[in-house]
Design a protein around this ligand. Structure first.
Ligand code: NAD
Length: 453
């Protein structure tokens, strides 16, 4: 067993992590850590991904601080045992659910929001009273280094530790006797994680990806739809798990929508996005080549320019794309937006339902009946009507996928619940005893028939 895992497990067993006071103090410490390390975090995000200060602060630091505030405010309530009803069969007893931490949790993070996605699960895990090992992504090494430094400065390794490394390191960690695994990343690696976890029956949350459709119906407010889609797609240069992956638009409004999106791309990123200092780059050469290759699909109608030396790809819209093109086979995870058209909403629903269940879906259209039709007939992790990405920043909405886009969810209360085992207890009275359950009881059968029909 790895020394860190061993130390964390025995420290957990000693009970240090369980009190309300301890958990609250650690959450506040984490908030302080984010303030102290704000500059190094922003610098590392700039260095590894060229994230602008605004984007980096909003999507990584502010997000985490607001999650911490929400947890601190609610923690006492969440930790309370939940009383449940006492059926007649249990007369005299008290019945309740105790909230128990799992123990030692492993959090495996990807590179696209490397601070937020490494630490947001940790907030839930420490609120729930666990110890945590964080395995950040090797693709954003400067951020991983800062993560390690700041965690080391604020928390002892027998409580929270960062273990850096590549897939071999992750696979080694997955062999450890952990109590919970929280994985954020791609579908293929998610399958490896689940397979490894199954060997020891370790519970998992899998926050995965996939192709998230954005439907624009003919009654949508086209200008506003274009603005919100451009924002959702090109934030972080499209390297967002819930970014609109492709546009599925009613044929009557396609031309207007593309025209409006072009206007907003220019407004947000300028005439020359490749030389816009605020525009995020693609994380590395492999991903740059992968995303660039999608420009061979369809016809470029906006953008299409590349700068290999800077790993930048301009916000790009592709028209004349077919479902058979490579860009429609893989998750794009970059600033390339293919546009497909439909004539009838049922046709769009059927097509989306023939593919794996997406992590997110966005629908733009004013008619409530059609909005309901989309919600009723397509299964997806979560999403928005008439917006993109915005559901993820409401702490009252659990965030997670379904089917191939993942299992389990977190954020806000759901983070606490994810890392908490619900222990069901019947506290029986000894003042009297009901005999009907015992063998030989004359009343037993009659009572059972009365209760259970
Ligand atoms: P990834 O699956 O390649 O890597 C994620 C983590 O797994 C990294 O820490 C990496 O070191 C580790 N890893 C990689 N290969 C491994 C292997 N063979 N065995 C064990 N561990 C391995 O994902 P990524 O490229 O870092 O991130 C992009 C993917 O993550 C996209 O598919 C995206 O949609 C998804 N994602 C999902 C969410 C979400 O919240 N649902 C958020 C962000 C990203």
């Amino acid at each position: 067993m790895y020394t860190t895992v061993k130390q964390q497990k025995s420290w957990f067993q000693e009970g240090h992590t369980k009190s309300y006071a301890f958990r609250k103090e650690q959450l506040l410490k984490m908030k302080k850590m984010l303030t102290t390390f704000e500059k190094p975090i922003l610098n590392a995000l700039k260095f590894d991904m060229n994230k602008s200060e605004y984007e980096a602060y909003a999507s990584e630091i502010a997000f985490l601080k607001s999650e911490i505030d929400h947890h601190v405010k609610q923690l006492k309530t969440w930790m309370q045992p939940t009383k449940v009803k006492t059926p007649l069969t249990h007369t005299g007893s008290k019945n309740f659910i105790r909230k128990e931490p799992y123990g030692t949790v492993l959090v495996i993070a990807p590179w696209n929001y490397p601070v937020q996605l490494a630490l947001a699960p940790v907030i839930g895990a420490i609120a729930a009273g666990n110890t945590v090992i964080i395995k950040p992504s090797e693709l954003t090494p400067t951020v991983s280094w800062v993560l390690k430094k700041m965690i080391e400065q604020y928390f002892p390794p027998h409580y929270i530790a960062v273990i850096e490394g590549d897939k071999e390191v992750t696979q080694g960690l997955l062999e450890q006797p952990l109590d919970y695994i929280f994985f954020t990343g791609s579908v293929p690696v998610g399958k490896i994680v689940m397979e490894k976890a199954s060997k020891q029956l370790i519970p998992v949350t899998l926050e995965l990806g996939g192709k998230s459709p954005t439907i624009v119906h003919k009654d949508a407010n086209i200008d506003l739809a274009a603005k919100r889609i451009v924002w959702g797609k090109f934030t972080n240069a499209g390297q967002t798990c819930i970014a609109p992956d492709y546009l599925y638009v009613h044929h009557e409004v396609k031309a207007d929508l593309i025209r409006a999106m072009k206007k907003y791309i220019h407004q947000f990123y300028g005439e020359d996005p490749l030389n816009n200092e605020e525009y995020t780059k693609i994380v590395n050469q492999t991903h740059f080549e992968r995303v660039s290759s999608y420009l061979d699909s369809g016809t470029v109608v906006v953008g299409g320019s590349l700068d290999e030396s800077k790993h930048k790809i301009a916000p790009t819209i592709l028209d004349q794309v077919s479902w058979e093109d490579q860009v429609m086979k893989d998750e794009i995870f970059g600033p390339v937006l293919p546009v497909l058209t439909y004539h009838d909403l049922d046709e769009a629903i059927e097509k989306i339902n023939s593919r794996p269940k997406p992590l997110a879906l966005y629908y733009f259209g004013e008619n409530e009946v059609e909005q309901q039709r989309i919600l009723n007939s397509i299964s997806f992790g979560g999403g928005c009507i008439n917006d993109t990405l915005y559901h993820i920043i409401n702490p009252h909405l659990p965030f997670g996928g379904v089917g191939e886009s993942g299992m389990g969810s977190y954020h806000g209360r759901r983070s606490f619940d994810t890392f908490t085992h619900e222990k069901s207890i019947t506290k029986q009275t000894t003042r009297f005893d009901q005999n009907f359950r015992y063998p030989g009881s004359q009343l037993g059968l009659a009572v059972l028939k009365k209760f259970f029909g």
